[in-house]
Design a binder for this molecule. Sequence first.
Ligand code: SF4
Length: 718
Amino acid sequence: MVDMPVDTHCPYCALQCGTTLTPGGPDRVTVAPRQFPTNRGGLCRKGWTAPSVLSTPDRLTTPLLRRDGALRPVSWDRALDVVADGIGDAQAQAGRDAVGVFGGGGLTNEKAYQLGKFARVALGTSQIDYNGRFCMSSAAAAGSRAFGLDRGMPFPLSDLAGAEVVLLTGANTAETMPPMLKHLDTAQLVVIDPRRSLTAGWALDRGGVHLAPEPGTDLAVALGLLHVVIAEGWCDTAYVEARTSGFDEVRRAVASWWPERVERISGVGADALRRAAALLGAAHRGGGGVYVLSGRGVEQHATGTATVSALIDLALALGLPGTPGSGYGCITGQGNGQGGREHGQKSDQLPGYRKIDDPAAREHVAGVWGVDPADLPGPGRSAYELLDALATPSGPRALLVFGSNPAVSAPHAGHVTERLAALDLLVVADFVPSETAELADVVLPVTQWAEEEGTMTNLEGRVLRRRRAVDPPEGLRTDLEVLAGLAVRLGQPAERFPPDPQAVYDELCAASAGGLADYSGISRERLDAGEALFWPCPGPGHPGTPRLFTERFAHADGRARFGSADHDDVGPAERSDAEYPLRATTGRVLSHYQSGAQTRRSSELLAAAPEAFVEVHPETAAAVGLADETRARVVARRGATLATVRTDDSMRTDTVFIPFHFPGDERANLLTNPALDPVSRIPEFKACAVRLEPVSGPVNGHASDGSHCHSRALEVQP
Ligand code: SF4
């Protein structure tokens, strides 16, 4: 039993606020914020309440096996034998790819690495992807194309404190990661968001600008801003000539995106667009710091990569990336969304941010793993395509899920739930009975954040230590121990899949050496000594790289690439019509994280946000007989969801907003469109066509007149 205060980090978002856990208290530990560069002594309510999930009454404590339709306790040996036998049967009948793996962006670096290796070596399957594909993959694709390297923020968050203007696109930071506002409170903010989010309201209160495009038209707005910057001569021509290529093509491509055209498509006024561009241009020309930041709101679209490319082009035209005090960055969402994609969970990547179809990368990684490069599978399906293919003639018959809850978080969730239920074998490793675990044939109870050791990589590319503060409940295993037990049953030598996180991390560092995301100099000893280490860090004496691109970009010629093309069609993949006249967009609220599997188990958080709601303009609601606090059915072509109406006269009359944290028939993702971006394969979570209908009588225990408390106060707590 650990009995001293332990410095670690919040289990939730990519800000990875620094915390100190002290054993004892009603939730097994008490949490306190600490002075750490990302949170500067602040925590949001999710961080304050995180320990409650350690002692949640429905914590999984024993392996479960489905028999006679119900999940029943079994021994670890029995559970792992069943899983190994099921894998063997599926692969004997339909080949290696008959088994798939679905990972998570909250897994530690060690787990993400080991899961990727387990899939490629122990299972020999190409069918692995993770829920990080649903998060920032458009920004990753656009960043890789432009800069030759994707690291969410290529600078420390603290650099933002010196900014004069920040363009914040598709990010409701005031609710998703409130302590980040401390880094933004001296800058003038230009916020692009279809709704007046808490962040947009905060910006307006401080003299900032809010542009509210129709959902799915961010690309038009980004191209319009770029058009104005070029047309007004605000480009940094010396920077463009010295550090970039492809500008002339982009100048031609955006020539037709004049503000009045953007206004017709997006609803953002031409004058407001010009004012926003002028703020950016004037600040940079005056020598002030300017940042362009993107979040899920602009990335989760079938045009997500194109939109982020246009925003990066805007930043390049202004001369921001790699310039001290300015830049472009993506605000990564999930706790280890950054590390999770660097170490091999993504279907097309190997550790070190290597490409799986690169012969040199395969040879290097196979050498570390002690296998023949020819035995490594090639690229597999992306996350939604993998889920969509489950239990089809060409898709996996068995699936192993680690650290994810796709029954709630995947798009077209009704269809995904059907595919999961149709599998011959669904195995879920989790610490709570998530909605996906409830569908499983085998449930494997694992440890969680405060009970385990490892590393995480935050939104800045800073590698952090996660430390064990309390012993796990008796009978649990770590994910690494689960993978070790399965690997041996699948015929692997025990030493190839060690359960010790230190051993796995050391191997991860070796596998990453020479890759884009090179961790080989970031030893656990250096992290434990308190060094601030950002990848790439190639070797023990290297100081790490807090700021990328200051001298050159990662392409062979050292230049960044402009990437925007002209676009005939910039709207959402699914259009509104008479039957579905509104646009629904989805997002997060202050009190919940991702699918809510963890935060819905905190009584405080659940009391603050107990149910799904649909935010709508009062006129739009009244037009279909709805009023504030009544229950509504939101109907899309793929399904319907239930929510309590919240009227808000700042909403666009053509748009509704629904949070996606709630289960069952309150799942926002029953509506969402799985149309995929052609490059990143991210689904279009942020725009689908819907209509609203009243619900008469009680629904799910809710009175139709509603009487539910809710809280949307701005929260930046010390
Ligand atoms: Fe956790 Fe909140 Fe900090 Fe994110 S912002 S790491 S959820 S305390």
